[in-house]
Design a protein around this ligand. Structure first.
Ligand SMILES: Cc1cc2nc3c(=O)[nH]c(=O)nc-3n(C[C@H](O)[C@H](O)[C@H](O)COP(=O)(O)O)c2cc1C
Length: 232
C-alpha cells in the first residue's frame, strides 16, 4: 500500500526554505528560470554539498570526470569575480557562485584512480586494460580547441545537474557564459590546464522574476529518423 502525505502550501513553502522538501524533476525543470537578481542570503553548507554532489554524479566520457569546481562565497572574491564577468551584478549578489572548469590534464592524473574505482565497482579487467591505452590514445591527440570542446560537453552536464538540484532544493540559479577567461583565471589563481566553462550563481530571487522567453515547438527543432522529417 502506498502511503501518501498531503502538504499544504504553507508547509510546502517552509519545507522548501529548509530544504526538507525536494521538488520533483519535472517541477524543477518547469519552474527554473535564469534568475536576474539575488537577495544574497547565505546558502546552508549541507544544501551546497548536495548541489555539488549532484554535479559529481554526472556522466562523463570514459568516466574521466574532468570537471573542477571553485565555489566562491566570500564578499571580496565575489566582487573580483563580478569584475571578471562583465560587471554582472548577480555574480556579487548570489549566495554562492560555482565556477565550473574543466582540467585539460585531469585525465593524465586521474586515469589510474578512475580505473581503480571502476574495478572496485565491477569493471571487467579486460575493459580496464583496453581503457588504459584507449583513453590516452584518444585524448592525447586533441589540440587545444578539441580539448576545450570535450571539456565543455562534460562540464556542462555536471553544471546542469547542479542547476536542477539547486532548483529542486528550493534555490534560484543563473548560468553564465558572460565572463573573461583570462580574468577569471587571474582572480581564482587557476592552474594553466584549467578551462573555465560556465559560472553558476545560486541563491534566492530578489524582486520580480525575469520574463519567460518561451521555447520553440518540437516541430521546429526535432526531426524523426532523418532531416527534415517531422516527428509524428
Ligand atoms: C550556458 C549559459 C550561459 C548563459 N550566460 C548568461 C549570462 O552570462 N548572463 C545572463 O544574464 N544570462 C545568461 N544565460 C541565461 C539565458 O539568457 C537564459 O537561460 C535564456 O534567456 C532563457 O531564459 P530562462 O533560463 O529563464 O528560461 C545563460 C544561459 C546558459 C544556459
Amino acid at each position: 500500500m502506498q502511503l501518501t502525505y498531503e502538504v499544504n502550501e504553507t508547509e510546502r513553502a517552509a519545507m522548501v526554505k529548509t530544504a526538507k522538501y525536494e521538488k520533483s524533476l519535472s517541477q524543477a525543470i518547469r519552474e527554473r528560470r535564469a534568475t536576474p537578481s539575488f537577495d544574497g542570503a547565505p546558502i546552508p553548507p549541507e544544501d551546497l554539498r548536495k548541489i555539488l554532489e549532484a554535479g559529481l554524479s554526472a556522466p562523463s566520457g570514459y568516466n574521466m570526470q574532468p570537471w573542477r569546481f571553485i565555489v566562491v562565497q566570500g564578499e571580496e572574491q565575489k566582487k573580483r569575480l563580478r569584475a571578471a564577468s562583465y560587471n554582472q551584478g548577480k555574480v556579487e549578489e548570489a549566495s554562492a557562485v560555482i565556477v565550473a572548469c574543466g582540467d585539460a590534464d585531469g585525465w593524465r592524473k586521474d586515469l589510474d584512480i578512475m580505473l581503480a574505482q571502476g574495478l572496485e565497482g565491477g569493471m571487467p579487467e579486460s575493459y580496464a586494460d583496453q581503457a588504459r591505452s584507449n583513453i590516452p590514445n584518444y585524448l592525447s591527440h586533441f589540440n587545444s580547441d578539441q580539448m576545450h570542446g570535450w571539456l565543455n560537453k562534460m562540464v556542462m552536464i555536471a553544471t546542469t545537474h547542479m542547476m536542477l538540484m539547486a532548483e529542486a532544493l528550493g534555490f534560484d540559479t543563473a548560468p553564465m557564459e558572460g565572463f573573461e577567461q583570462d580574468k577569471v583565471h587571474e582572480v581564482l589563481r587557476l592552474p594553466l590546464s584549467y578551462w573555465v566553462v560556465a559560472l553558476l550563481a545560486i541563491g534566492h530571487l530578489k524582486g520580480p522574476d525575469k520574463f519567460h522567453g518561451g521555447r520553440f515547438p518540437i516541430s521546429h527543432t526535432v526531426f524523426s529518423e532523418e532531416f527534415p522529417k517531422p516527428l509524428k
